[in-house]
Design a protein around this ligand. Structure first.
Ligand code: SF4
Ligand code: SF4
Length: 75
C-alpha cells in the first residue's frame, strides 16, 4: 500500500520513545505532514509501513482520520 503522507500515524498513536501521548501531534511533524526529523526519527517510526489500516481510516481530514484510528484501537 502506498503512503499518502496523511500524518495520522504521527498523531493518533502513543509513541513512548518520543514521550508522545495518543492523539497529540508529534513535535517533529511539519505543517505539510512530513517528518522534520526524518533522518533522526526513532526506530518505531523507521519500522512503520503503510498497510490496510491506512485504508480503513481513510477520511477527508486529518482530524477525522485520527478519530477513526483512535476509535479502532480504543485510544
Ligand atoms: S497513516 Fe498510513 S498513509 Fe497516513 S502517513 Fe501513516 S503510513 Fe502514511
Ligand atoms: S518522529 Fe517523525 S515519523 Fe516519527 S512520529 Fe514524529 S513526525 Fe512522525
Amino acid at each position: 500500500m502506498e503512503c499518502c503522507q496523511c500524518g495520522t500515524c504521527c498523531v493518533a498513536p502513543d509513541i513512548s520513545s518520543l514521550g508522545k501521548p495518543p492523539g497529540v501531534r508529534c513535535r517533529h511533524l511539519g505543517e505539510d505532514q512530513r517528518c522534520l526529523e526524518y533522518g533522526n526519527r526513532p526506530e518505531v517510526c523507521r519500522g512503520y509501513r503503510p498497510d490496510e489500516l491506512c485504508r480503513r481510516i481513510s477520511a477527508p481530514t486529518l482530524e477525522e482520520r485520527v478519530a477513526r484510528y483512535r476509535a479502532l484501537f480504543d485510544l
